[in-house]
Design a protein around this ligand. Structure first.
Ligand code: FAD
Length: 390
């Protein structure tokens, strides 16, 4: 076996092999189907944002970089009206490059009565700024290579790492700071893997495919970056399972009864999966954190850093990267909120409350991480053999 990654994922409760087999056999297929359902594929996002740190310099090279918004007619009717209607047919495609689509901004109060707006102390975005938000069909805007690079992209990663989550020195005892770094690094690995797995190999023929060299150069040759990807996956998975009661009862109603029932049933399969419960019942143990005397202070400090990272996403100079950056940071912020901001055991009167968008971000983030793990698991032996030849 030429695998480099074996044993327990650092700071987690499961090993690499278990994560791979569980992901390949159960989680990946489930999540892939779940994110195509109408509830999970429309993400509400503020894409025209003023960067609070630097003027936006839009460094996008490809036309593919821009996000295609949802035309109003593609939207689930129930998102607009409270009456039951079925989804329009799938051949209504999004028109690329079109101006801001007209979206009924009042739909949240009309259609999503079960979903409330509650602040997330870990993130920066204000979900109530409705008139600046738009809906994006995530299925039509996959995260992949966009050509966004150079000083603009570098500046973002540098600001995130140097100011908000510096790499911990080996022997660092503050578990919480380590975790923030590992979550960001794991997300970074996942973004790089997606760039590598869907790369523009030849511009003239518009040939897209896998770029194994890029995957190796940016992620696979660094065991800690791979480890952080697995860590982040387990961390988010734990957040999803911890929120079981909430997610099980949430409203996945978009007006398309068949699809909505499918979403609900897939969520249940995910939450009550016997294979998951048998193989990795506690993917991450959050109970060990914030224990010392300085716990509350430390939490506030780390929360502030994470909110900063969330604000930095407004400075990502490529629209599609910004879309996925915002979604995945919101997903991480939601996982942090579930694991660290709600203590329903000690405070049963303050149960967990999530926004619809948080649930969508959480599940889509888990799916993206699951895709990255599948990619790593599939190609590691072949990459190692290929790279030996260089
Ligand atoms: P970068 O990936 O920019 O890395 C910068 C430095 O960070 C590296 O030199 C290394 O020191 C360190 N580093 C790298 N990986 C890790 C890790 N896993 N853990 C710890 N440290 C690490 N480009 C696209 O084509 N498509 C996208 O969808 C996309 N989304 C993006 C989203 C965000 C939020 C950001 C900030 C950028 C995004 N980019 C995207 C750009 C992409 O991430 C790279 O910045 C770009 O491809 C240039 O890569 P690079 O080789 O300079 O290294």
């Amino acid at each position: 076996d030429s695998r480099k990654y074996t044993g327990i994922v650092e700071d987690c409760c499961c090993d690499y092999e278990t994560v791979d087999s569980l992901n390949g056999a159960v989680l990946h297929p489930l999540l892939q189907e779940l994110v195509t359902t109408p509830f999970f594929r429309y993400f509400k996002v503020k894409l025209w944002c003023d960067c609070p740190f630097w003027p936006d310099d839009g460094m996008c090279k490809l036309r593919d970089c821009s996000v295609c918004e949802c035309p109003e007619n593609e939207f689930p009717e129930l998102f607009k009206r409270p009456m039951k209607h079925s989804l329009p047919s799938d051949d209504l495609k999004c028109q690329e490059g079109k101006p801001q689509s007209a979206v009924d901004r009042t739909l949240d109060s009309k259609a999503f009565r079960g979903w409330i707006g509650v602040d997330n102390p870990w993130t920066n975005d204000d979900e109530t700024e409705n008139d600046e938000m738009t809906y994006v069909n995530l299925q039509l805007n996959p995260e992949r290579y966009t050509g966004y690079s150079g000083p603009s992209a570098r500046r973002i990663w540098d600001a995130i790492y140097s100011e908000n989550c510096p790499k911990y020195a080996s022997g660092e005892i503050c578990k919480e700071k380590k975790i923030l770094y590992k979550l960001i690094s794991g997300l970074h690995s996942s973004i790089s893997i997606h760039i590598a797995s869907d790369y523009l190999l030849d511009e003239t023929t518009n040939w897209w495919g896998r770029n194994l060299e890029l995957a190796y150069d940016r992620v696979l040759q660094y065991p800690d970056r791979v480890g952080n990807l697995y860590f982040t996956f387990l961390f988010v998975l734990r957040a999803v399972t911890k929120a079981t009661n909430y997610l099980e009862q949430a409203e996945y109603d978009t007006g398309n009864t068949q699809e909505d029932l499918k979403a609900q049933s897939l969520v249940r399969h995910l939450l009550y999966n016997p294979k998951l419960q048998a193989a990795c019942p506690l993917p991450f143990d959050e109970a060990k954190l914030w224990k010392g005397q300085s716990g509350p202070e430390l939490k506030q400090e780390i929360q502030k850093h994470f909110r900063n990272i969330s604000a930095i996403m407004d400075c990502v100079g490529c629209e599609k990267c910004r879309l996925w950056g915002k979604l995945q940071v919101l997903g991480l912020g939601t996982a942090l909120k579930i694991l660290f901001s709600v203590d329903s055991q000690n405070y049963p009167n303050q149960p967990l409350q999530l926004q619809r968008n948080e649930v969508i971000a959480l599940v889509n983030l888990l799916n993206r991480l699951s895709e990255s793990i599948k990619f790593v698991e599939e190609i590691v032996p072949s990459v190692e053999k290929t790279m030996e030849k260089f």
